[in-house]
Design a protein around this ligand. Sequence first.
Ligand code: ADP
Length: 185
Amino acid sequence: MSKGALVILSGPSGVGKDTVIEAWKQIRPNVVRVVAYTTRQPRKGEIDGIDYRFVPEDEFRTMADSGKFLEWKEVHGNFYATPLNDMQALLDDEKIAILKIDVQGAITAMEKRSDAISIFLLPPSWEELERRIRGRKTDSEEVIKIRLENAEREMAFADKYQHQVVNDDLNKCVEEIDRIVVSGR
Ligand code: ADP
C-alpha cells in the first residue's frame, strides 16, 4: 500500500471527477474521497455518509462556528463544507484523501494545507465537456447552460493548481494522477 496524501481535485462539472476517482480506487485501494457536509436535502439515490453527510442547518452552523471545517460555503441557500476531523482521520490512516472541491474552496484549502497536492482536471475540448454533461442525462437545458457558464469561470483557475491533467482517455488520466500523487512526479 502507498502512503497517505492529501489531494485537492477540481474541474468543471461533467469533466469526469467522480469517474476518475472511482477508476483510481480500482488500482489504488487506499484512495478515499473525503465526504463533504451539506445542509441540502438528499437527491434520489443519495446516501448519507457516502454522497454527503446531510445535516440540519443549526448543526452545520455550530460546527462552522467551532472551527470543525477546513472550508465552507453557501450555494443557492445551501451550505457545504469539508470536515477537518474526517479528513485528518483518513490521513492518519495512511489514506490518499481526496477533496473533490470547487475552485473557491480549493484555494482556501491550498492556503491552509500547503502539503496538499492540487490537481485540476481539464476536458479534452469544450465540445466533449458539453457532450459529457448532456450524456449524463441528469440536467435540464437551463441547468446545462449554467454548468457551461460556470465551467468557463472555473477553467480560468486551472493554473492556480500544481497540476493540470486532461481527462481524455480515462485510464491514461488515472495513471497520470496516480504517478503525480504516489511517486510525486
Ligand atoms: P464530474 O464528477 O466531474 O461532474 P462525472 O464523473 O459525473 O463528472 O462524468 C461526467 C460524464 O462523463 C459521465 O457520463 C462519465 O461517464 C463521462 N466521462 C468521464 N470521464 C470520461 C472519459 N475519460 N471519457 C469519456 N467519458 C467520460
